[in-house]
Design a protein around this ligand. Structure first.
Ligand SMILES: [Zn+2]
Ligand SMILES: [Zn+2]
Length: 298
């Protein structure tokens, strides 16, 4: 009996699709960006295509959001090892408290340390992050920054945007400002990791500027690194502070006086760099300053 046309065509096209997929995955297997193991389809967190839409934390846990956004780039083990910043944490700097029994409040450092105090009071009002700078997220940031995995800018930027919406979308922010790299470092690294993530936020262009649908705009060149600083790696808190002192200047690319500004960076380590950026913006007259980073060292 002859095979029915549609049934046979369906079977053949499925066969070709499976063969093509098999060849493609054999030639270009997906490698986990955290542990470098091959991602086998049955172990992979998500088989869907890379995310293109907007992702939100509304009605979603940080773990589930992380899997939805990063699933194509990490193996199941690494997806499961992602560590969010769970409450209670310092309401200002976002550091997670070891004791799970207390409500959110200020950490000892934010209460007592004058290092957090600018000339006229505090520098930034609050800092939030998408996850802890450890394990999976640390390895992924490393692959993105130092191993040339530029394609991670898209999922990491998507993740960052979801946390912007959760913590800052309602704050009437005027400018989103990336922490700038010094030109020397930009030349050495070949790309700017923060703007590489911000590029994937849902901006619309108008009059030469980029806006989110709540009116917040991107001010890519508002901050400038005027001092080339040695790497902060291996320095303690005090040394980091001294290393970045007066390293940033406000360029005047857009008005800052009485504006609300969100500074964005990849990692919050001791906060020295972000404090220094905030200080420059504060000197220029910014009224409220906030901080968002992909990861937070605890
Ligand atoms: Zn892995
Ligand atoms: Zn704190």
């Amino acid at each position: 009996m002859p095979l029915s046309g549609t049934w046979a065509e369906g079977l053949i096209s499925k066969l070709f699709r499976d063969i093509a997929r098999g060849i493609a995955s054999g030639l270009f297997p997906d490698i986990c960006m955290s542990c470098n193991e091959w991602i086998e389809p049955d172990r992979c967190g998500v088989d869907e295509p890379a995310p293109t839409g907007r992702f939100s934390l509304e009605g979603e846990t940080p773990e589930r959001l992380f899997k939805a956004v990063m699933g194509r780039h990490l193996c199941r083990m690494c997806l499961d090892a992602y560590a969010p910043v769970s409450p209670p944490f310092c309401t200002r700097c976002g550091v997670q408290f070891r004791s799970r029994a207390v409500e959110g409040h200020l950490c000892g450092r934010c209460i007592t340390k004058p290092v957090h105090q600018g000339v006229s009071g505090e520098t930034f009002i609050s800092a939030r992050a998408c996850g802890q700078y450890s394990g999976t997220l640390k390895n992924t940031v490393h692959a993105y920054k130092y191993l040339g995995k530029y394609g991670l800018g898209r999922p990491l930027g998507t993740l960052l945007h979801a946390y912007y919406v959760k913590h800052f979308a309602e704050k009437d922010i005027d400018w989103v400002v990336p922490v700038p790299l010094h030109r020397k470092k930009l030349v050495a690294r070949g790309f700017d990791q923060v703007t590489g993530m911000l590029r994937h936020w849902p901006w619309t262009s108008a009059n030469g500027s980029r806006f989110l649908d709540n009116g917040t705009a991107l001010a890519e060149n508002l901050l400038q690194r005027v001092k080339h600083t040695d790497t902060q790696t291996g320095l303690d808190r005090k040394q980091r502070g001294a290393n970045v002192k007066n390293a940033f200047a406000v360029t005047g690319a857009v008005p800052v006086k009485r504006k609300r500004v969100l500074i964005v960076d990849d990692v919050y380590t001791t906060g020295a760099t972000l404090e220094e950026c905030a200080r420059a913006l504060q000197r220029a007259g910014a009224s409220e300053i906030y901080v968002l980073t992909l990861a937070r060292a605890m």
